[in-house]
Design a protein around this ligand. Sequence first.
Ligand code: SF4
Ligand code: SF4
Length: 368
Amino acid sequence: MLSYSKLGFGLMRLPKDDEGTIKQTEVNRMVDAFMAKGFNYFDTAYAYAGSEAAMKAALVDRYDRALFTIADKLPAWSLKSEEDVERIFNESLKLCGVDYFDFYLLHSIEESHYSTYEKYHCFEFVSEMKRQGKIKYIGFSFHDSAEFLDQVLTEHPEVDFVQLQLNYLDWENGVIQSRKNYEVALKHHKPIVVMEPIKGGTLAAFPTEVEAILKDYNANASIASWALRYIGSKDGVMTILSGMSNEEQMNDNLSTMSDFKPLNVEENNLINMVTKKVLSYPTIPCTACRYCVPGCPMKIRIPDLFTAYNSAKTYGANRRYETYYKNHTSGQHHSASACIECGQCEGVCPQHLEIMSLLKEVSKEFDH
Ligand code: SF4
Ligand code: SF4
């Protein structure tokens, strides 16, 4: 049986100071609050800069290993040879300060990453690590079509679980294919770890007219709690990851998931209304994962510029968003118009966004 903690602490968006350093003391407090409520699933990755070390300091060095479970991930985009697979795996074990992972994933499978994982025999490697007791359960996170997921699960029945992007806004989205991917995972009898249930914060705050739909029904429930309850109500969901960035988000999620109540029919209807309304805004569906940022030669803070654009499109042009845009295009960070169209960002975007052309729209909005 898989270890089970309905809420998982996603360590991708840990709190940082203005210099970009992870705030370790705050992370420690968040870990303590999470553990105190009986949750134990921690999701890190080699690709989340500083996350493994911060987790070691907050969790591994302070709690008995038997009390928590760790998920870590191998990044296809860092593999240049077969030797890199074992090197990165061992590096992750060391950075986390553990001698085994409870869950280990091939990170972000989509067609090009899949061919890298096949080329360097990564499925065979993780199966061997499982045999040696260095991994308990093997899986992969996935960002592609349901048809492709079906192919991967058919070719690799040995995986124990899958990690999928599931949330109500993406449920019928033609690119993300939340519902279709969910159905494929069920067909293959794979437990599901959910990522992006709140879509990088998109489903935590809406314009007043949209929030009113939910607040009129239950004034005390946070907007984010609806997103967690929506996805937690689905069969086959093992754990819901939330990439929490501060103690307020942590406390809100803990309160939702400690006393979990599935959505009833009326509440589901309200979510359908909210979905229709939110999809009518012409926003960019970026989840702020920041995978595109480190490789940009022009140091463009792509997700931050998309946030400024989305805010302007949702709430109307406002000096506040112009200031936000200016703050993220100062110093060494360039504006949207500085993009040299090298294509690096589009190659790594798990949401398959046409970033270069979207930046042109952002530039039209702000660069004047
Ligand atoms: S295409 Fe533009 S935004 Fe993307 S990485 Fe290259 S310069 Fe940066
Ligand atoms: S543009 Fe794509 S890769 Fe960049 S932060 Fe947004 S979702 Fe992530």
